[in-house]
Structure formats: C-alpha cells, structure tokens
Design a protein around this ligand. Structure first.
Ligand code: TXA
Ligand code: MG
Length: 317
C-alpha cells in the first residue's frame, strides 16, 4: 500500500478524486478546499449537488479550524474519534471548506477516520471531502473490487485496504439547542452515543428533510427488488439470512448468504453490502431478508435495508 499512498497524494494534489479505504466504507476522496476537485466527485458519482458531503479531517485540531464545537459534540469527539461518527456543526467564518462540500449550508459534516485514512489526510494537510465510492443511489462498496467494478473507469486510483471492518457508513449526529439528534444511524450504535452523553438521541421530526438533506428514501438499491422481514420464501428468490434459525422454505432459495450465523450484529454490518451485491448477481427475482433485530447496529442495518427496499423513482438519486 505505501506506493498507492504516494500516488493517492499526488492525484489529490492535482485535484483528482481517489478511492480510499476507511473503517466504515470506501470513500471517493478529493481536496475539500478546491471547488474543482469537489465538483469532480459529484460528476463521477452522478450525485445531486444539493446533497452535501462529509469533510474528513486528520484530527480535532483540523476540525477546530473548520467548525465550532459545543460541549456535547466535543464530548463525542473525545469518546469516539477516530471512528465511525460524523458530527454536523456550525462552520466557522472563512473556513477553507468549499461551499460545494456543504451545498451552501451554514453547517458542515466532519469526521476523523481511523488509519490509514487519517494519516493520508494529515500528510495532505487539508480536509478531504468523501462520499461513499459508489454511483449515487447504488450499494455502498466495502472492498476495493466493488469500487473498481463500479467506478474503475472514471477514477485514477482505488487504494486497496482490504474489507472495511465496520461495513456501514458513519453515524451522523447534530447537536441543536443542547440536544443531540441522530441524523443517520450508522456504524456507531445509538446506545454507545447515549451512554457517552448520558442522554437520549432524538430523531429528526418534521423538517428532518432539511436537517439531513441527503437522506434519500430510495438508496443502496440492488437491481433486484428487496423484501424485508419475511416469514417464508417465494419461488425464485435469494435469501439474506440472519442468525441460526431459517424461515419457511429457505431451502428453495436461488442463493443464500447468512449475515451472521450466530446472530452477531457487528458481523452482520460488516457483511451487509457485500452480501447484497452477491445476491443481486445471483439472478434472483428478488432478495428476501430475514428479520433483523432493532438493537445495536441493527438500527442502521434496518435503515439501509429499508432504503434498499423502498420504491425507486425513475430518476434515481
Ligand atoms: O462513513 C461515512 O460516513 C462515509 C465514509 C466515506 O466516510 N461517507 C459517507 O458519505 O457516507 P455520504 O456522502 O454517502 O453521506 C454523507 C451524508 C449525506 O446523507 C449528507 O446529506 C449528510 O451526510 N450531510 C453532509 N453534510 C451535512 C450537513 N451540513 N447537514 C446535514 N447532513 C449533512
Ligand atoms: Mg453513500
């Protein structure tokens, strides 16, 4: 990987997007201070420009130059950075993050990823804007091969860091008026955040669309339709199983993957996107998903599956 790192830094300095491994998922990274570089991310992904990006930082110091931290957000930084937690914060006047990154909002989403990504950012010396490295609306990549298959011809480099250990995008939290709001469930479980803060996270109610502009209902879409919380399998379906017990007629599945035979939600999170992609390739009429409990990382797994199963607009975002 050392050679790939040097090449990545050279491409980033030239304003070119590069696919990088992070502990959550693979990101399509570019210089967050350059409008041209960030515009290329939107082009490569076919992403709508009203959907802002996360600026990835090398540490709390770089973050402090970009945004103002309230005490609760600071506590979350101390507890969980580097890691799968993104904070939405008020941006500082004159911060060197290009407005394309924030889609013109006065807030900015910041995350410090673990190594090797945070070391690359430290060497680059500037924040990196990075959405997941997939075409907009499609399944998120958690290994280099999945990135190369979808974006390979459109980008100069995919740095291979193996399978992403967490497997789900970061959890996104915004503190508003001293209250923490869960904008997106993700790779850090709600219970861990609530324990660190000593208070519950709320979900955005009405007006939530404004708080989390990119939370498209249909997303993570495989080609095959997705059926959730199934009790029995239908003809021609592939089975995405969970835990030791099978649903009725499980043996007639066109293909089967078990997210975690022991019912471990961390293992299930790490397997989710790769298994959805594999079952999609099986030629099944639909992907049928066994019930996943709504605890720990199950909240984020269920969120992603619900978006994968949502009706798809003709004009996919
Ligand atoms: O784990 C992750 O978060 C990955 C890796 C690459 O770091 N990145 C990722 O980025 O998932 P993306 O672009 O797929 O999701 C970013 C989400 C979007 O839903 C976007 O709307 C939201 O963050 N977001 C960004 N800036 C925001 C802001 N200022 N206020 C509210 N939501 C924001
Ligand atoms: Mg994404």
């Amino acid at each position: 990987m050392p050679d790939a790192m040097e090449k990545a830094l050279a491409l980033l300095a030239a304003g070119k997007p590069v696919a990088l491994p992070t502990e959550t998922v693979y990101g399509l990274a570019a210089d967050a201070t350059s409008g041209e570089a960030v515009a290329r991310i939107f082009e490569v992904k076919g992403r709508p420009r009203f959907n802002p990006l996360i600026a990835h930082v090398a540490g709390p110091e770089m973050a402090g130059e970009i945004a103002r931290f309230d005490p609760l957000s600071q506590r979350l930084v101390d507890a969980f950075w580097p890691g799968p937690l993104t904070l939405v914060l008020p941006m500082r006047e004159g911060a060197r993050v290009h407005p394309l990154v924030t889609a013109g909002l006065e807030t900015v989403a910041l995350r410090m990823p673990r190594e090797p990504a945070c070391g690359i950012i430290a060497r680059f010396g500037r924040p990196l804007a990075a959405p997941s490295a997939n075409l907009s609306g499609r399944i998120t990549p958690t290994d280099a091969r999945a990135v190369a298959a979808e974006l390979g011809e459109r980008i100069g480099l995919v740095v291979d860091g193996g399978a992403s250990p967490v497997g789900l995008e970061s959890t996104i939290v915004k503190v508003a008026d001293g209250r923490p709001i869960l904008l997106r469930p993700g790779g850090l479980a709600r219970s861990e955040i609530e324990a660190a803060l000593g208070m519950p996270l709320t979900r955005p109610g009405d007006g939530g669309a404004l708080l989390a502009p990119g939370m498209m209902v249909s997303h993570y879409a495989p080609d095959a339709p997705v059926r959730l919380d199934i009790a029995r399998l239908r003809d021609g379906e592939a089975l995405l199983a969970f835990g030791p017990r099978r649903v009725a007629d499980a043996d007639k599945a066109v293909a089967t993957r078990n997210l975690s035979a022991t019912g471990d939600l961390r293992e299930a999170a790490a397997n989710l996107f790769a298994f959805m992609r594999e079952l999609d390739r099986s030629g099944a009429k639909a992907i049928a998903v066994e019930p996943i409990p709504d605890q720990g990382l199950g909240e984020a797994i269920r969120d992603r599956l619900a978006r994968a199963a949502a009706p798809r607009p003709g004009n996919q975002a």
